[in-house]
Ligand binder design. Structure first.
Ligand code: AR6
Length: 340
C-alpha cells in the first residue's frame, strides 16, 4: 500500500528514511525529536550541528547512526496560532520538502510522525488531514511507500464530526452483535459472525446458480456458470475499461502498489484479500450492488456483523470514494485498512 497509517514508535521503523519533527536549531528537543536523537546516539547531534539550522517548512537530511533506517530527514513544522497564519501551507511544505529529499536520495520507503501535532499544538485531526492530502498528492506522481506513524492512541480520538457520524451508522447497522448479544446461544452468534466474515465457498456459488435455474425465466446452468466464470481479475480489468481509466489511475486511486496490480493483471485466477477487492471497488466508484458483485467474484461478502464492512458501506452509500479518508476512518475504529 503506498500510503499506510500505522501505530508505532518511529525510531523502530525499518524504512529507508524517517522524518523528524524538529525545531529551527536542529539541535534536538523533546517529543519525537528527543526520541530520535536518543535512539540514534550522539553522532546525529554532531552532524546536525554542521547544518546551520532549518527554516519552518523546509527539510534537511542526515545519516541515521544507530537507527534501523538509512537517513533521518529533519523538518520544522509550523507552530499552531489559530490557523490564520499560513500554518497549513507551511505544514504541507514540510511534507513536500521531506519527500523531495527522500526521492533525491532514492528512498523507496519513508516514515513520518504527525508533524506539529505535539508541542507545536496543531490540532491532531487537521494535522492528519494535511498529512494524508499532501502525501497522497505526492504519491500520485511518485512510486514510494509512505508510513504515517501514529504514536499514541490519544492522537486519534473520535472527536471529528465524520467519525461521530460513522459511529452512529455503526450503531444503527451493527445488527448481529446488538440483537444476538441479548439472545442465549453465544456460540451460534460467533459461528454466524465467522460465516459472514469468511469467504463464500465456491460450492455456495454453484448452489446459487442451481437455485436460479429452477426459477421461471432463469438463466441456463451454462449461462450461470459462464457468469461465474468471470474472475475477479477479469471483472476488474473490464470495469477499468468501462470507466475509461488507465491501469495506473485505478491502482493509484485504490492505494495499491504497481507490483500487486501487475500480479492481478497477469493472473486471471488471482485470489485477492477482501481489503484489496474493496480498495478497487472504491477506486472504480462502484455502487453497493456492484461492490457486492466484485466481492463475490473473490469469494467474499459485505456483512453487517463486522465494523470494517459497515464503515466501507457508510462511505459508498454516501458516494464518498476517497480511499484515504476511508482508511483514516478505518484506522480510527481500529480496523484493517483498504489496500493490499
Ligand atoms: N514515534 C512516533 N511519533 C511520536 C513519537 C515517536 N517515538 N514521539 C512523539 N510522537 P512533537 P511537534 C508524536 O511534539 O509538534 C520538539 O521538542 C507525538 O505524539 O514531537 O512538531 C522539537 O524539538 C505527536 O503526534 O513535534 C520541536 O521543538 C507528533 O509525534 C517541537 O517538539 C509530533 O509531536 C516540535 O513539535
Amino acid at each position: 500500500m503506498p500510503l499506510e497509517i500505522v501505530r508505532n514508535d518511529i525510531t523502530k521503523m525499518k524504512v529507508d528514511a524517517i522524518v523528524n519533527a524538529a525545531n529551527e536549531t536542529l539541535l534536538g528537543g523533546g517529543g519525537v525529536d528527543g526520541a530520535i536523537h536518543r535512539a540514534a546516539g550522539p553522532g546525529l547531534l554532531e552532524e546536525c550541528r554542521g547544518l546551520g539550522g532549518c527554516e519552518a517548512g523546509a527539510a534537511k537530511i542526515t545519516g541515521a547512526y544507530r537507527l534501523p533506517c538509512r537517513y533521518v530527514i529533519h523538518t520544522v513544522g509550523p507552530r499552531w496560532r489559530g490557523g490564520g497564519f499560513g500554518e497549513r501551507e507551511r505544514l504541507e511544505s514540510c511534507y513536500r520538502s521531506a519527500l523531495s529529499l527522500a526521492r533525491e536520495k532514492g528512498c523507496r520507503t519513508v516514515a513520518f510522525p504527525l508533524i506539529s501535532a505535539g508541542a507545536f499544538g496543531y490540532p491532531r485531526d487537521l494535522a492528519l488531514r494535511t498529512a494524508v492530502d499532501t502525501v497522497s498528492g505526492f504519491l500520485a506522481d511518485n512510486e514510494m511507500t509512505v508510513y504515517l506513524v501514529i504514536f499514541d492512541r490519544a492522537s486519534y480520538q473520535i472527536g471529528e464530526k465524520l467519525f461521530q457520524d460513522i459511529a452512529a451508522y455503526i450503531d444503527d447497522h451493527y445488527v448481529e452483535e446488538h440483537t444476538a448479544a441479548r439472545r442465549p446461544g453465544e456460540e451460534s452468534r460467533i459461528l454466524r459472525q465467522r460465516a459472514a466474515e469468511e469467504p463464500v465457498l465456491s460450492a455456495d456459488l454453484d448452489g446459487a446458480a442451481f437455485s436460479r435455474k429452477s426459477l421461471p425465466g432463469a438463466v441456463t446452468l451454462d449461462e450461470a456458470l459462464g457468469r461465474i466464470d468471470e474472475s475477479f481479475s477479469q471483472m476488474l480489468l473490464r470495469k477499468i475499461d468501462e470507466r475509461g481509466m488507465t491501469d495506473a489511475q485505478c491502482y493509484k486511486k485504490a492505494n495499491i502498489d504497481r507490483k500487486l496490480f501487475s500480479k492481478i493483471r497477469s493472473d486471471s485466477h488471482y485470489r485477492p484479500s477482501k481489503p484489496t477487492v474493496l480498495a478497487f471497488a472504491i477506486a472504480l466508484e462502484l455502487p453497493l450492488e456492484e461492490t457486492r458483485e466484485m466481492l463475490m467474484k473473490a469469494g467474499f461478502a459485505l456483512s453487517h456483523s463486522n465494523k470494517f464492512d459497515i464503515i466501507v458501506e457508510f462511505f459508498i452509500s454516501r458516494g464518498n470514494y476517497n480511499v484515504y479518508e476511508i482508511n483514516e476512518a478505518l484506522f480510527a475504529f481500529d480496523q484493517n485498512l483498504l489496500g493490499a
